[in-house]
Design a protein around this ligand. Structure first.
Ligand SMILES: [Mg+2]
Length: 303
């Protein structure tokens, strides 16, 4: 299925917007009410330039470049892109991603690269997975001349290239299902029902977490780097406000893993409201605004 230009651009520009808005607040405590951060200005622990992409947007672009058509996904391109990014020595890179990419570089099978230990349940895959929502259910994933068929197989392999724990795969499945629903233009409550149904197929713990989303307030919302927290923070921001800017400002000002929570919230809000909902002053700042648009156009990933 091909979705509208406004929604597809909205999803990926929204992801970049949430990432760049949240980057200066990463690792910080929640902002005080009088000191809310509302502009893309850069700064933070890694002294980001205004609108500079962090690992969330960089790795999302690796996934996007690996889509040949909605029916064909190249793991050879994805491996090459991820290793080229790794070799560029990005300033902010998660420990689980580092371990996975070292295994990928060493030539391990794709699904054996990510660590499965319970210490490695981070959000390094969910923050980059959004472009997979543009693939058909019967997509063919190709690697070294071998192929796997189905979106679920492609998604699981993509996750396990860096994140082997089942929770990371589960969180990715729920986000991609919710993004597909948002791209289709159904209501917010129906999108939330899609997320709940997908979570129910995964695990009792994830279902419980997704069920708990409406019970959070801004003051109690977890925004850690645990993949379930990042998924739920994105869903909470999307469901709790009636416009994209308020959702993103709220979630990134919770601090902690603000850029990744902002990226997931931005993808959901952008897919739902469309690109026109992102303020032009934010879009103007984005490092990869035009690259995202031209990749989507070149690959004919919207109509
Ligand atoms: Mg980041």
């Amino acid at each position: 299925m091909i979705y509208s230009q406004d929604k597809v651009l909205g999803m990926l520009w929204g992801l970049h917007t949430g990432d760049s808005l949240g980057a200066p607040l990463e690792f910080l405590p929640p902002s005080a009410a009088w000191n809310q951060h509302t502009e893309i200005v850069g700064g933070g622990k890694f002294n980001w330039k205004a609108g500079e992409a962090t690992d969330d947007t960089d790795l999302m672009l690796c996934v996007l470049r690996s889509i040949e058509t909605p029916q064909k996904f190249s793991f050879d391109i994805l491996k090459q892109e991820m290793l080229a990014w790794f070799a560029s020595e990005p300033p902010d890179i998660g420990t689980t991603t580092v371990k996975g990419l070292r295994n990928l570089k060493a030539g391990l099978p794709l699904r054996e690269c990510g660590f499965v230990d319970e210490k490695f349940q981070g959000n390094g895959s969910i923050m980059r997975v959004a472009p997979l929502s543009l693939l058909d259910e019967q997509v063919e994933g190709v690697y070294q001349g071998q192929s796997i068929v189905s979106l679920q197989e492609v998604l699981e392999t993509q996750t396990k290239m860096t994140h082997g724990h089942s929770y990371c795969v589960e969180a990715d499945r729920v986000l991609v299902a919710a993004l597909k629903a948002a791209l289709q233009g159904i209501s917010k409550s129906e999108i939330y029902q899609v997320a709940l149904r997908e979570a129910q197929k995964q695990s009792r713990l994830l279902l419980q977490r997704v069920q708990d989303v409406p019970t959070f307030s801004w003051e109690t919302l977890p925004t850690s780097g645990f993949c379930f927290d990042t998924l739920c923070a994105g869903l909470w921001a999307f469901l709790s406000y009636d416009n994209l800017p308020d959702s993103l400002v709220a979630v990134v000002n919770r601090g902690d893993d603000s850029d990744s929570c902002g990226a997931v919230a931005g993808a959901l809000c952008g897919a739902y409201y469309g690109s026109s909902a992102i303020p032009e002053r934010w879009l103007r700042a984005l490092e990869f605004r035009h690259e995202i648009e031209s990749l989507l156009k070149m690959k004919k990933l919207f109509c």
